[in-house]
Each structure stands twice: as structure tokens, then as C-alpha cells.
Write a protein that binds this ligand. Structure first.
Ligand SMILES: Cc1cc2nc3c(=O)[nH]c(=O)nc-3n(C[C@H](O)[C@H](O)[C@H](O)COP(=O)(O)OP(=O)(O)OC[C@H]3O[C@@H](n4cnc5c(N)ncnc54)[C@H](O)[C@@H]3O)c2cc1C
Ligand code: SF4
Length: 347
């Protein structure tokens, strides 16, 4: 096993320079860095307590710097064969390797033609540099962006016993599915993948398993520290898009505060499948991509929609919305996005 003191001679030298600058109490950070070349070795390495999967590092290295993650061993999965490929499957779907780049997905011809909602969502992520470094699995497993959590203020997601955001800064937090933690999931691609009924292929100490993406993310109740169902040592190897989700009409729309290079205040993925089915999934408003009640999707699929119908369906879709003191505007944004997406799907 290779043990490295993080410093200028390894890939994380910049991180450590920054650590020393921002956290004077941290004088030395010892990290193992491993880059396995086969799945068995990757599984072995990740089974060790303190090990953590590394993709492009755009979130993990930041959370280490912020003191929110303290892995002892980073297992860089980008050396695994086929881990960054995007391939058609025999059944007419597509298999995306876990370390496929967000930019590569946005540019891939097959994804653009057959799963455009995913291409659009990937294209909307952050900045060009983030899209080039970030991987699709890293995007799904990124930690939430709540200001308190990211600033190291104790809360339910870290070492605290209450959520200071409830009576504090909650402008960017959830209006659906929140409580006791109200942080939203930040991934744009995740929203599109839920609308496309993707399946995640996982590997871990207990063996391989597959999980529909809708069952991958979890709400903060009962355990506000968890965001997904990954077991200790388990990691994503690939994502499969089914043939049934390809084609038809698809779109991803994102509302930003600054106009570019930012997380969604609210977003929506909409698909009208070739079999007539409709999927509507909201982003930026809940602790996980938020699929609208299927009964609303069915009504959108089954009828021509007048303005009144769109209003009534949007109200039904947001029936469970519970804005906090300062984020009622998200309900208005979500309503507008829903009306627009439903009109698109019904046209
Ligand atoms: C300034 C800024 C703006 C951003 N804006 C957006 C935005 O607009 N939209 C958006 O969607 N995202 C945005 N992001 C988030 C960014 O997309 C993520 O940081 C990125 O996708 C993470 O990918 P990565 O490969 O770098 O993951 P890493 O940083 O390497 O890892 C992130 C997490 O995923 C885990 N992980 C990595 N690979 C695997 C795997 N195969 N299996 C299991 N777990 C794994 C890691 O252990 C870690 O917990 C932004 C980030 C920043 C810093
Ligand atoms: S919303 Fe969640 S992450 Fe943010 S302060 Fe509350 S408990 Fe912490």
C-alpha cells in the first residue's frame, strides 16, 4: 500500500496548500492514494474503513478542505477498465461508466439524440472546468450545498442536534420533502436520470447489485446524515438508461440566480416517451430529485390541457410543498416550470 503525505509531489498538492492557508490547525494530512486497475482490487480497497471513492475530486477535495470529509484513503476509480465509456447495450439502451465525464455526456452524440434531457442537464452543470473534471457518479454522490453545513457550523448533517437553517438562512433550501434537514440535492444530471428511469449498478463488499435511481436517493428522515442507499464500501460502477426512455420529447430547464455557473434555484426534467408516458421531475427544491405524483403525470399524458388544467395540475403537483420562512419564491418558480413542462409534454 502506498502512503503519501499530501504535498507538492502528489495530485493533491494544491489542496494541501489551501488547507494550510485556511486551517492553521491542520499542519499535516496523511492520505493514501490508490488507483486500482481492476474491480476486485477496487472493492478490496474500498472495504477498508476510512476509504472513500474518488472521481474528479471537484466536490470531495473541497469537502476534505472544509473538514467535512476525513478519509484516510482515496480510491481513484478512474483507472478501472471501461469506467468512463458510454456504450449502447444489446437491448437498445445505453450503459454509462461511473467515471464518464459530465462534459463527455453533454457532448456524446447518442446521448444528445436519444436522451437529450440528460445532455441538457449535463450541459447546465457549473462551469466548463467543472464539467470537464466532474464524473457522473461524483455528481450523484456530491454532498449538499447548505451554507451552514459547508461552513462547518454544527447541524444535523454533521455533529449538531438541531437545524439552524430553520430559523436562519433558508433561501436556497427545500420546499418539498425536507425535515429534519432541509438541504437540497445539487445535481442537475440526477434530475434527468430520474426522469429517464435510470438504473445504477453498484459493487461492494456484499457483491454486485442494481438499484433503480428513484430508490437510490433517500430523504433526511429518519437519518439526516445520509443522502443515498450506498452501504459502507459500496460504489457505483455504471448507470444504465433503458431503451423505453429514449427518444420522444425531452427537455431540462434550470433557473439560476446569476444566469450562469451556478446551482439550480429550481429545475425540471420532462419526458414524453414514445409509449405516451410522461415523467416530471423537479430539481433544486427537495433533498433529492423530486418526481411529481404519478397521478399528475398520467393526467398530463391523457388529455389536451387548457390553461385552467395546467393551473390545477401544477397545484396538485405542489400539494405537499412546505416553504420555509424565506423560500416561498421556490414554490412560484416550481409552479411556473411545471406549467411550462406540462404544456410541452401535452403538446
Ligand atoms: C462552484 C461549483 C459549482 C457547481 N455547480 C453545479 C451545478 O450547477 N450543477 C451540478 O449538478 N453540480 C454542480 N457542482 C457540483 C459538481 O458537479 C460536482 O462537484 C461534481 O459533479 C462531482 O463529481 P466528481 O467526479 O468531481 O466527484 P468527486 O468530488 O470525486 O466525488 C464526490 C462524491 O462522490 C463520491 N463518488 C465519486 N465517484 C463515486 C462512485 N463511482 N461511486 C460512489 N461514490 C462516488 C465521492 O466519494 C464523493 O463523496 C458544482 C460544484 C462547484 C464546486
Ligand atoms: S438544512 Fe440540513 S445541512 Fe443545512 S443546517 Fe439544516 S440540518 Fe444542516
Amino acid at each position: 500500500m502506498m502512503t503519501q503525505e499530501v504535498g507538492p509531489t502528489n495530485p493533491f498538492g494544491t489542496l494541501v496548500g489551501s488547507l494550510r492557508q485556511h486551517a492553521p490547525s491542520v499542519t499535516r494530512l496523511a492520505l493514501d492514494y490508490q488507483r486500482p486497475h481492476d474491480l476486485r482490487r477496487a472493492t478490496e480497497l474500498l472495504s477498508v474503513e476510512g476509504a472513500q471513492a474518488l472521481g474528479g475530486g471537484t466536490d470531495l477535495l473541497v469537502t476534505i478542505r472544509e473538514g467535512l470529509a476525513r478519509p484516510e484513503q482515496l480510491v481513484d476509480l478512474r483507472g478501472l477498465p471501461g469506467i468512463d465509456t458510454i456504450q449502447r447495450t444489446a437491448g437498445g439502451g445505453v450503459r454509462i461508466g461511473a467515471a464518464a465525464g459530465v462534459a463527455a455526456l453533454a457532448a456524446d452524440q447518442t446521448i444528445r439524440e436519444r436522451f437529450p434531457a440528460l445532455a441538457m442537464a449535463c450541459d447546465s452543470v457549473g462551469s466548463p472546468a467543472l464539467r470537464n473534471m466532474g464524473t457522473i457518479a461524483g455528481s450523484l454522490c456530491q454532498r449538499p450545498r447548505c451554507w451552514y453545513f459547508r461552513s462547518g457550523i454544527p447541524c444535523l448533517k454533521s455533529t449538531g442536534s438541531t437545524c439552524p437553517a430553520v430559523d436562519g438562512q433558508n433561501r436556497h433550501l427545500a420546499i418539498l420533502g425536507g425535515g429534519p434537514c432541509h438541504a437540497v440535492h445539487g445535481s442537475d444530471p440526477a434530475v434527468a436520470l430520474v426522469a429517464l428511469d435510470a438504473t445504477l449498478l453498484l459493487e461492494g463488499p456484499q457483491g454486485a447489485r442494481s438499484v433503480p435511481i428513484a430508490e437510490f436517493f433517500v430523504l433526511p428522515d429518519p437519518d439526516p446524515r445520509r443522502e443515498n442507499v450506498l452501504l459502507p464500501g459500496e460504489f457505483i460502477t455504471a448507470i444504465e438508461l433503458p431503451h423505453d426512455s429514449s427518444g420522444g420529447r425531452q427537455r431540462y430547464t434550470k433557473v439560476l440566480h446569476r444566469g450562469a455557473w451556478d446551482f439550480a434555484l429550481a429545475s425540471i426534467a420532462v419526458t414524453r416517451r414514445l409509449d405516451g408516458g410522461v415523467r416530471l421531475v423537479l430539481g433544486g427544491v427537495a433533498p433529492m430529485p423530486w418526481r411529481v405524483n404519478p397521478s399528475v403525470e398520467e393526467d398530463v399524458a391523457s388529455a389536451p390541457l387548457a390553461d385552467d388544467d395546467l393551473d390545477a395540475l401544477a397545484d396538485r403537483a405542489l400539494y405537499d410543498a412546505r416553504p420555509l420562512s424565506d423560500n416561498d419564491y421556490k414554490a412560484t418558480l416550481a409552479r411556473t416550470l411545471l406549467r411550462d413542462a406540462m404544456a410541452f409534454a401535452a403538446a
